[in-house]
Design a protein around this ligand. Sequence first.
Ligand SMILES: *[C@@H]1O[C@H](CO)[C@@H](O)[C@H](O)[C@H]1NC(C)=O
Length: 301
Amino acid sequence: MAKSENKPMPNAVKFLFGGLSGMGATLFVQPLDLVKNRMQLSKGEGGKKEYKTSFHLIRAIIQKEGLFAMYNGLSAGLLRQATYTTTRLGVYNALFTHFSGPSGDAPNFAIKAGLGMVAGMCGAFVGTPAEVALVRMTSDGRLPPELRRNYTNVFSALMRIAREEGVVTLWRGAVPTMGRAMVVNAAQLASYSQAKEIMLKSGYFKEDILLHFCSSMISGLITTIASMPVDIAKTRIQNMRIIDGKPEFTGALDVLGKVVKNEGVFALWKGFTPYYARLGPHTVLTFIFLEQMNVAYQKFA
Ligand SMILES: *[C@@H]1O[C@H](CO)[C@@H](O)[C@H](O)[C@H]1NC(C)=O
């Protein structure tokens, strides 16, 4: 990403480009995020699943709630990108430049993974309130009307959560959110750069959109498998209710233990299809938007 002959880009611009690319990508993949969250919350016990596959769930949502319900929580998805991705990519780019050699050599694999993890954790902490709103808004429609939270948009969601449950609740699930981000970013950012480097060296690829596309698809698959168990813990904690002062889960490990015990080990990968279907294109679109904005900046700034 950072080359020595390029005009240096102010950090604020890097942050802005990162967030904008993420938000652009979210406009396309928001429904998949909704499906993923609903699958992760559906509890099949005794081998009988609530929905057999994501496609059954999608059909049920469209029939019961209407086509536009697939975009519920869009405002939260956009705010999540504006906060999480902006911080994450901004921090990663700045660190990447800082750790590159004097002649522009990329840092090695281990350093890249470390940078990705640090950047991801910073982004996740900043983005947790939007995540809480997103999980709750996307899953509201699965409840009977009298149990719904009825948040109208992300800002009213954040305000109501702070008022009704305390400001600290905005950071509910911050630990698994940051843990998930560490895993995602270590896997995603490092495997993306690494895949790109390897494919460039192979001689079959050149620095173009096809290269960015292939690197992203590979990196997305690795990321999905690695991060789903942490993600289901995050989703269930952020959606839980506290009944008579007793939270449903005490922490991420508690969720994982209960899921494995009640629903089986493979339940940790519930929502795999929408998660991968979302992550691949989201990563592809984000990097394509980002690379194109970087090119435009070099040309016009
Ligand atoms: C949400 O709306 C339904 C009616 O559509 C209502 O029964 C329910 O109490 C509302 N929930 C909240 C938290 O206001």
